[in-house]
Design a protein around this ligand. Structure first.
Ligand SMILES: CC(=O)SCCNC(=O)CCNC(=O)[C@H](O)C(C)(C)COP(=O)(O)OP(=O)(O)OC[C@H]1O[C@@H](n2cnc3c(N)ncnc32)[C@H](O)[C@@H]1OP(=O)(O)O
Length: 412
C-alpha cells in the first residue's frame, strides 16, 4: 500500500520526476528547471504518494483569491499538479490526496477549492462543478472590415510596446482593477508575473512574447496584451497568426484598441484570441463580426464549495428574493439546509435545518451556479437540481445570474 504524505524539500526532485511522468513530459529536469520550480514550494501544500521509496503520485495546492459576483474576493484552495503514475492508477490514490487536501482547506477556512480539469469526468465525484467556461476565436483579419490605415486609437489613447520588466511593474496594479469587475478571475501573485514574463522559467522552451499596453488619454494604463507570432509564410506571402496569450482591459475602449492593434499588424492574417469569456465582445469590435470564428469552447474553472454560508454571502444577486436550499455533500464538508436572503446589495445566509427546502441540489451543482455561469433552470430541466416548490428554479435563475459571464483568464 502506497504511503500518502506531505512532501518535504528532500522529496522535491523525486516528486517532480513523478509529476513529469504523470503529465507525459520528459521525466528528468535540469538543475535550472528544478531551481525555478523550487520558487513554488510552500511547506505543507505538496502531497505525494510513495511506494518502495519512489514518488508515484503528486498533488499541489496553494492560496488563491477568487472574485465572486459583485467583486468580492473569497479565499480559495487552488489545486494543481495532480498526477498518479500509470503503474499506480485506479487504486484510490487521487481520492486519498484529495480528501486530505480538502479537509485541510476546510480547516484553514478557505471558502472554495478551485482547479482546471484536464478531463471532465475526474472531479465531480469530489464535489466540484464546472463554474466558468471559455471560448476561443480565430479572426480572419482580411474579412474583418477594419480600416487598413488604422495606426492607433482615435480617442487620445495610445498603444506602447513594453518589455517583460515593465509588465512586472505595471501589470499587478492594472490586474487589481481588472479582477474586481469580473467574477471567476483568480489572483496573480508576484510569482505569476515572474513566470509569465520569463523571469522564472519552468520549461526549456520559453520564448519571449511581445507585450503591448493601452494608455488612456490621461496616461492611465487600461489594457495589456501578450502575444506571439507563428512565423508562417505561404510561399512568398506572409501569412502569420498572432496568438494571444493574455489580454486584459479595464475599459471597452482599451479592449477594442488592443484587438484593433493585433488585427492591424503587418504580416498578420489571423488572430487567435486565446481563452476568452463566452460573452467576450471581440466579434462586435469588428465591423464584420463573422470574421471571428469560434474555434473552441469548453468548461474551464471548476469550483468546490467548502463553506456555503460564506460563499453565498460573498456575492451579490440580480434581484431580491428568499430561497431555502438543501445542499447535499457526499464529501461531508459543506452540506446542510440554508436560507438565503438575496439582494443586489448582498445577502444573508443562515442554517435553516427545520424549514422546508425550495430546491435540493448537490454541492457540485451549487459550485456551477454560484458564479452565475450556469443556469439553475437548465440544471433543473436536466434533473440535476430538484425543485421542491414550483417556480423555485426560475426564481433561483433570476437571483443567481451574473450580468457579465464569469471568466477565469488564467490556467494553473
Ligand atoms: C487539477 C489538475 O491537475 S488536472 C490533471 C489531472 N491529471 C491527469 O490528467 C494526468 C493523467 N491522469 C492521472 O494522473 C490519474 O489518472 C488521475 C490523477 C486523473 C486519477 O488518479 P487515480 O489515482 O487513478 O484516481 P482514483 O483511483 O482515486 O480514482 C477515483 C475514481 O475516479 C475515477 N477516475 C479517475 N480518473 C479518471 C479519468 N481520467 N476518467 C474517468 N474516471 C476517472 C476512477 O475510476 C475512480 O472511480 P470510482 O470511484 O467509481 O472507482
Amino acid at each position: 500500500m502506497s504511503d500518502v504524505r506531505i512532501v518535504t524539500e528532500a522529496d522535491f526532485e523525486d516528486w517532480h520526476r513523478a509529476l513529469a511522468t504523470g503529465f507525459l513530459e520528459p521525466p528528468v529536469l535540469t538543475p535550472e528547471q528544478l531551481d525555478a520550480r523550487r520558487t513554488q514550494f510552500v511547506p505543507g501544500r505538496l502531497l505525494g504518494a510513495f511506494d518502495g521509496g519512489r514518488c508515484v503520485a503528486t498533488f499541489r495546492s496553494f492560496a488563491q483569491e477568487l472574485t465572486a459576483v459583485g467583486g468580492g474576493l473569497v479565499p480559495a484552495d487552488a489545486i494543481s499538479n495532480v498526477t498518479v503514475s500509470p503503474t499506480h492508477r485506479r487504486r484510490g490514490l487521487l481520492t486519498r490526496m484529495m480528501r486530505q487536501d480538502l479537509a485541510a482547506a476546510k480547516e484553514r477556512g478557505d471558502v472554495v477549492a478551485t482547479l482546471i480539469a484536464a478531463e471532465y469526468p475526474i472531479y465531480g465525484r469530489y464535489g466540484f462543478g464546472p463554474a466558468t467556461w471559455s471560448t476561443q476565436w480565430t479572426v480572419e483579419v482580411p474579412r474583418a472590415g477594419l480600416d487598413p490605415r488604422w495606426s492607433g486609437p482615435e480617442d487620445g489613447g495610445r498603444i506602447d510596446l513594453v518589455d517583460g520588466e515593465d509588465v512586472r511593474e505595471l501589470g499587478p496594479e492594472l490586474f487589481e482593477r481588472f479582477r474586481r469587475a469580473r467574477p471567476g478571475v483568480v489572483s496573480r501573485g508576484e510569482l505569476w508575473w515572474r513566470m509569465n514574463t520569463g523571469a522564472v522559467r519552468f520549461r526549456a522552451d520559453w520564448t519571449e512574447p511581445f507585450y503591448a499596453v493601452h494608455r488612456a488619454a490621461d496616461g492611465e494604463v487600461q489594457g495589456l496584451v501578450a502575444y506571439r507570432s507563428d512565423d508562417t509564410w505561404n510561399g512568398k506571402q506572409p501569412d502569420q497568426t498572432a496568438g494571444v496569450r493574455k489580454l486584459i482591459a479595464t475599459t471597452p475602449a482599451a479592449e477594442r484598441a488592443l484587438w484593433h492593434y493585433l488585427c492591424s499588424i503587418d504580416w498578420i492574417t489571423k488572430v487567435d484570441s486565446g481563452f476568452r469569456a463566452p460573452d467576450d465582445l471581440l466579434p462586435y469590435y469588428l465591423p464584420d463580426p463573422r470574421a471571428a470564428r469560434i474555434t473552441g469552447h469548453a468548461d474551464w474553472l471548476w469550483v468546490r464549495i467548502l463553506d456555503v454560508v460564506r460563499a453565498l454571502e460573498a456575492r451579490t444577486y440580480d434581484a431580491v428574493g428568499t430561497l431555502v436550499l438543501d445542499v447535499v455533500d457526499e464529501g461531508g464538508l459543506a452540506g446542510g439546509r440554508f436560507r438565503l436572503e438575496a439582494s443586489p446589495e448582498g445577502a444573508s445566509c443562515v442554517p435553516a435545518d427545520v424549514e422546508s427546502p425550495d430546491l435540493t441540489l448537490a454541492v457540485g451543482e451549487l459550485g456551477s451556479i454560484w458564479l452565475g455561469g450556469e443556469s439553475p433552470l437548465r440544471l433543473a430541466t436536466l434533473g440535476r437540481i430538484r425543485e421542491e416548490r414550483e417556480g423555485a428554479a426560475r426564481q433561483a435563475d433570476a437571483l443567481f445570474r451574473s450580468s457579465g459571464q464569469p471568466w477565469c483568464p488564467d490556467i494553473f
